[in-house]
Ligand binder design. Structure first.
Ligand code: SF4
Length: 447
């Protein structure tokens, strides 16, 4: 009988990409994906370490898997439990100690070794528990399946991993290791396979995507700007995006790409974290608010209609009311159209972990709520602007009710819904907007 696996993914787009690759590995081994717990011969959790309570989340998930494993055992069915991703990397053997029923712990740079790790468990070799925490992104990418079974209209493509920046609050340099950029040829080949399978939009991913410096043709180093020019030549690829960018790594070729490559969408996620230079310095972000605003203006000169989203950390140790006000001022200047904002949470292993926290939780919550209300009003205003106007939408999802509901994203990354009589999946339509909401838009049916 066909063996099945279930996978649960936490965290960012890079984890989503990794989970897609893990699925491809398991398909190749003859497994089929399932959403039913009791059918899962392999249970895999791909973890994320960025936010607080990552560990608690993992162990609470493992508690559920333990019960499933026990129930399946009553019916003589064995279950392989795998913990992958950044928490696996950070916790390592500790996971086996706290959850002895886990069979495999595999870090974010070593999941290409899953076939042999699973084989060891299946063959009931003496080594019952398997652990792989190597930092070897090159060997990972070299050994991942090249073919692409899953077909997506909008696909992620990881071009760069790891980070050398060491922002004081961040675990990425410790869990994903130093920066690694994939060679240009490998990325172009993967992009061609994706477009051959129906992908119309590629979102280039990296922890520090614009620090990309892969080997290009003639062994010359390529940056992200140059890579985008190359990718844009793929005929059936209609849209290109990239994330997550660091302000410090915006470069001349990338500005030029925003100006000249029409396939590069006019939406950029550029995290600032705080509007206070004092806090930016304390975080080791290596840019000032003034430099950030210069970059924003520079990109706007290249592409007039470009809009921005950002990340904000509220209540970083030492943040005064005045620092917080400066963050609000910055938001007024840029008018971000989307954003992610969180209260600072200390991550074990980072340099900021032991900093004295002087701000009361209530105060932090209040600041977050003020900030989020401001961000929300800019997002709502932006969306309202488009009522009775038209947007270019790539429809990447459908659900069948009485009429077909299609969903997709505008060039500015707004979620757009429309009910049609015919399916427009995979098509880019210039569509009139009927209603606007905080986080989405509703379009007038085409037919
Ligand atoms: S640049 Fe991004 S990934 Fe790198 S340390 Fe800073 S926050 Fe983390």
């Amino acid at each position: 009988m066909l063996k099945k696996f279930k996978i649960k993914t936490f965290g960012c787009q890079m984890n989503v990409y990794d989970s897609q690759k893990i699925c491809e590995i398991l398909y190749k081994l003859g497994y089929k994906k399932t959403s039913i717990d009791r059918d899962s011969d392999i249970f895999l959790i791909n973890t994320c370490h960025i936010r607080e309570k990552a560990k608690q989340k993992l162990y609470s998930e493992l508690g559920k898997i333990y019960k499933i494993k026990k129930n399946r055992l009553k019916n003589n069915l064995s279950t392989i439990c795998v913990v992958a991703g950044c928490v696996a990397q950070a916790e390592g053997k500790e996971i086996f100690k706290r959850a002895p029923f886990v069979d495999i712990v595999v870090g974010s740079q070593a999941y290409h070794k899953l076939p042999s790790l699973i084989k060891n468990i299946n063959l009931k070799l003496k080594k019952k528990l398997s652990i792989e925490l190597d930092f070897a992104p090159k060997s990972k990418f070299d050994n991942l399946p090249k073919e692409n079974i899953q077909k997506e209209i909008s696909s992620y493509l990881t071009i760069q991993e790891g980070c050398n920046k060491f922002c004081k609050f961040c675990v990425v340099p410790y869990t994903r290791g130093p920066e690694y950029s994939r060679p240009v040829e490998e990325i172009i080949n993967e992009a061609k396979i994706l477009t051959k399978n129906g992908t119309k939009e590629i979102i280039l991913l990296g922890q520090n995507v614009n620090a990309y410096h892969g080997v290009g043709p003639n062994k010359k180093e390529f940056n992200l700007g140059k890579l985008i020019y190359f990718l844009a030549k793929i005929k059936n690829l209609k849209r290109i995006r990239y994330m997550t960018a660091h302000p410090k790594d915006m470069h001349e070729d990338l500005f030029k790409a925003h100006k000249n490559v029409k396939k590069l969408m006019p939406f950029l996620h550029l995290p600032i974290q705080s509007g206070s230079n004092k806090i930016l310095k304390a975080m080791n972000r290596n840019y000032t608010v003034e430099e950030y605003l210069k970059i924003i203006n520079r990109i706007k000169k290249c592409r007039e209609d470009i809009v921005f989203s950002s990340d904000f950390i509220i209540g970083y140790p030492g943040e005064t009311k005045d620092d917080f006000k400066k963050t609000l001022n910055l938001i007024d200047k840029v008018k971000f159209v989307q954003s992610f904002s969180f209260i600072y949470s200390p991550r074990p292993g980072t340099t900021a972990y032991n900093l004295k926290d002087t701000i009361k939780q209530e105060e932090k919550k209040e600041r977050l709520s003020i900030l989020q209300n401001k961000l929300k009003s800019y997002q709502e205003d932006f969306n309202k602007n488009f009522v009775k106007k038209s947007l270019n939408v790539l429809f990447s999802n459908t659900s069948n009710e009485k009429k077909i509901q299609s969903m997709g994203y505008s060039q500015y990354m707004q979620l757009v819904r429309v009910k049609n009589k015919i399916d427009i999946l995979g098509k880019i339509k210039n569509i009139k907007i009927k209603k606007s909401f905080y986080k989405s838009l509703e379009a007038t049916p085409l037919i």
